[in-house]
Design a protein around this ligand. Structure first.
Ligand SMILES: Cc1ncc(COP(=O)(O)O)c(C=O)c1O
Length: 406
């Protein structure tokens, strides 16, 4: 069954918003449009439940229950326990906190592995552990393809305690073999911390199948509010030194959230599950488990995106002045496509804006990945990123605009 794109777009108020009419959105990797159930829950929270949660009075009870619901329903989709999911202000803030925990957990002389494919959020805080006497080993990408070769990882693993890598880079786009990398890391006795920020907008994964000990993503890119979501598997989470208040240390989902939760946004995250459930139900998946519904939605999204992406990649690779970073085969990548053109990415984005295309140019905080591929980060790339609500008509509009601008 194909994704019903009209149904999908009807769940996103942005597509009915007059001020956005006629403009095609291709900066989804920066942050997606928000789905209606999230907006509804956020509005309801602020109208009806904006009180301190978890007290006995009714508004407070409902506020706390909705926050618990968000955690439980996301956990069910991701295939983990409710308390293995926690919320922080952003993925960057979450990795910062986790790195503080590992600073206490690791011993001077221990080794960790980071990549130069990651967004800075999942590499910078880990690299700073060098100041605590930790050896930082860099798993380097191939400069031509941006690919992370597993053979190179194998050479770095002996003695390593932690491997931090992306499920997909926000400028290379390749979907990395997380389960395979996890197996290699675990065999070598290392923990894995996977940045799923650029992957989850294209489908919620089953975290146990991926084998990640830590799996991170950002709800504002997955149709939700501005929160960073962290899955920390229990075996690791109860061993890592807690970073929250000492009296909360026995509650796993409070151990790595020293900022304290944004109650309304946490509650509104349940709207992402509402949306995925509605999507699955509309496509015949009403009787499935939460995880089955997430899988169905994931597969529908991937199939639609891949079908739209391949012709776009073919068009882009046919142009001599354009270098497409990452794989040219849509099946191997997310629809987050960074282009090196000899011109400043931001200038091209400005010209596209005049053509009704919302896209971005710059380094996207992936300075190391761009530099390693020979892209001057000051010039940056033009990035074109879309998700499952993007239509064929919008891709055609983009190609027409690129024809005029390039
Ligand atoms: C791949 C990737 N990882 C991490 C981040 C950081 O996420 P946040 O903005 O939630 O800190 C981003 C943000 O763009 C990203 O694209």
């Amino acid at each position: 069954m194909d994704l019903d794109v009209d149904f999908v777009r009807a769940q996103f108020p942005a597509f009915a918003e007059p001020s956005l009419a006629g403009q095609a959105f291709f900066e989804n990797a920066g942050g997606s449009y928000t789905c209606q159930p999230v907006i509804d829950r956020l509005t309801r929270y602020y109208h009806q439940r904006k009180v301190q949660p978890y007290a006995p009075y009714e508004a407070s009870r409902l506020a706390g229950a909705e926050m618990d619901e968000a955690r439980a329903r996301l956990a069910a989709m991701l295939g983990v326990d409710g308390d293995e999911v926690s919320f922080g202000p952003s993925t960057s803030a979450n990795t910062y906190v986790l790195a503080q925990a590992f600073r206490q957990f690791l011993q001077p002389g221990d080794a960790i592995i980071v990549t130069n494919q990651d967004h800075e959020a999942n590499t910078g805080p880990w690299r700073r552990l060098e100041q605590a006497g930790i050896e930082v080993r860099e798993w380097q990408i191939d400069p031509t393809t941006g690919h992370l070769p597993l053979e190179r990882l194998a050479g770095l693993l002996p003695g390593a305690k932690l491997v931090c890598f992306p499920h997909a880079s926000n400028v290379v786009g390749e979907v990395n073999p997380v389960a395979e990398i996890g197996l290699m890391a675990h065999e070598a006795g290392a923990i894995t911390c996977v940045d799923g920020v650029s992957y989850v907008p294209h489908g919620f994964p089953h975290v146990p199948t991926l084998g990640a000990d830590i799996y991170l993503f950002s709800a504002y890119k997955t149709y939700g509010p501005h929160q960073g979501i962290m899955v920390i598997r229990r075996a690791l989470g109860m061993r890592l030194p807690a970073q929250g208040h000492y009296f909360n240390a026995d509650v796993l989902y409070k151990r790595f959230t020293p900022a304290g939760p944004d109650h309304a946004q946490v509650a509104a995250c349940a709207g992402m599950a509402d949306y995925i459930d509605a999507l699955a139900a509309h496509h015949g998946g009403a009787g499935l488990s939460a995880q089955g519904r997430a899988q169905l939605a994931h597969d529908l999204m991937r199939a639609h995106e891949t079908a739209l992406l391949q012709p776009l990649l073919d068009y882009l690779t046919s142009r001599n002045e354009v270098r497409v970073l990452g794989p040219h085969d849509a099946a191997q990548r997310a629809p987050t496509v960074a282009l090196q053109t000899g011109r400043r990415g931001a200038d091209l984005a400005r010209e596209l804006a005049a053509q009704g295309i919302m896209a971005g140019g710059g380094d996207f905080y992936a300075v190391r990945a761009l530099t390693a591929q020979g892209v001057d980060p000051d010039k940056g790339v033009l990035r074109l990123s879309f998700v499952h609500y993007t239509s064929q008509g919008e891709v055609d509009q983009l190609i027409g605009a690129l024809d005029r601008v390039l």
